[in-house]
Write a protein that binds this ligand. Structure first.
Ligand SMILES: Nc1ncnc2c1ncn2[C@@H]1O[C@H](COP(=O)(O)OP(=O)(O)O)[C@@H](O)[C@H]1O
Ligand SMILES: [Mg+2]
Length: 360
């Protein structure tokens, strides 16, 4: 049975539709992320799942049971927000055990559960510490422990790492993933940060203007984006529009401003002579003396690779060149310019996918 089943959930504020007909199914033990730009309805969706806000229509089921009409305290969900709000006058153990005490778990049993969950989040022996004496990352772990200790059916997390600096955020991402696996708790994680979602999740749902427009494993969404929006939101992509010249087995040849590009059709079905829009990932553009000739118009140094924007005919492509141990010109690795503006390059597009029939 699914841990969470959401069917046709909608919510408006005045004239504005915040969430529109959202349906989702999460399997037990799954790490599912809901991503999308700011204002697309992620928090509103999560609040309805947690019972903090009531939907205009639709149903929410937890472990098969309809909880749509139940308030937050009667649902087997817990929430973790960006603002942690640990109780400052309580120890770490009291913070974590607070909810347990209220639901009647006391004494040695409570202490035992607190000790177990502290070990799960990597804070063994922190029971009597004052939360104010902890680092930001440790406070995050306490907040997570507090939300996990009573074993919720689904843990709802709303951008909990958004205020952390990059290094700590990356460390906590892998910690969240590890803790989720070890606890076996179903996570529904909301973020506008597509990179963290890709690295943590079993599956991702992409939201736009209140709707879930696509969902799937990170690799499927990244390699086979079905819409221009998903291609551009998840990772870097260059989008080209052109005329279909030929159709092959699952592929089409599209004549773009940059030249002919062979693209996987996916579930699109453009016919010969029609317009089609294709998405190209920079790492699939090869500097291999292929049939596309262009001029570098912009460069960016990215550490382990260099990036160039290349004007080719009526279109632009982005290409990357990895730093090499020995540069072709014999220069020091990473010190010389790997691209220069005005340089002529010859390229080929190794992989592209059709993201729209027409010029969508
Ligand atoms: N309490 C509210 N009253 C009025 N409008 C709201 C309220 N909460 C959210 N909204 C609107 O609903 C839309 C979705 O918001 P939200 O769910 O917070 O988006 P996200 O979490 O994806 O950034 C936004 O346009 C927002 O302004
Ligand atoms: Mg939000």
């Amino acid at each position: 049975m699914s841990a969470l089943t959401v069917d046709g959930l909608s919510k408006s504020f005045g004239d504005e539709t915040a969430v529109s007909d959202v349906s989702l199914t999460l399997e037990g033990g799954e790490f599912f992320s809901l991503i999308g730009p700011s204002g697309c309805g992620k928090t509103t969706t999560l609040r309805m799942l947690g019972g903090l806000s009531s939907p205009d229509s639709g149903t929410v089921r937890l472990d098969g049971r309809d909880v749509t009409a139940l308030p937050a305290r009667q649902r087997a969900t817990n929430m973790v927000f960006q603002d942690l709000v640990l109780f400052p006058h309580m120890t770490v153990a009291e913070n974590i055990g607070y909810g347990l005490a209220r639901s009647g778990v006391t004494g040695p049993e409570r202490a035992q559960q607190v000790t177990e969950v502290l070990s799960l989040v990597g804070l063994k022996g922190f029971e009597s510490r004052d939360p104010n004496s902890l680092s930001g990352g440790q406070q995050q772990r306490v907040a997570l422990a507090r939300a996990l200790v009573n074993d919720p059916a689904v843990l709802l997390l709303d951008e909990p790492l958004a205020s952390l600096d990059r290094a700590l955020r990356e460390e906590m991402q892998s910690e969240f993933r590890r803790i989720q696996r070890n606890s076996g708790t179903t996570f529904l994680y909301v973020t506008h940060d597509q990179e963290s979602a890709m690295s943590m999740s079993d599956r991702i749902g992409v939201m736009r203007d209140g709707e879930v427009v696509d969902r799937g494993a990170p690799r499927r969404l990244y390699n086979q984006p079905r819409t221009r929006f998903v291609a551009e939101f998840l990772g870097d992509a260059t989008v080209l529009t052109g005329t279909v010249r030929e159709r092959g087995a699952g592929t089409v040849v599209v004549e773009t401003g940059a030249g002919d590009v062979t693209a996987e059709q996916l579930d699109r079905d453009p016919t010969v002579g029609e317009q089609a829009t294709v998405a190209v990932r920079p790492e699939t553009v090869r500097l291999d003396g292929g049939s596309i000739t262009g001029e570098v118009i912009d460069t960016a140094y990215k550490g382990f690779y260099a990036e160039a924007t290349v004007a080719c005919g009526g279109a632009e492509l982005v290409v990357r060149r990895e730093r090499q141990a020995t540069l072709p010109d014999g220069g020091e690795p990473g010190t010389g310019p790997l691209f220069s503006v005005g340089e002529t390059v010859t390229l080929s597009v190794e992989r592209a996918v059709v993201v729209a029939n027409g010029d969508g």
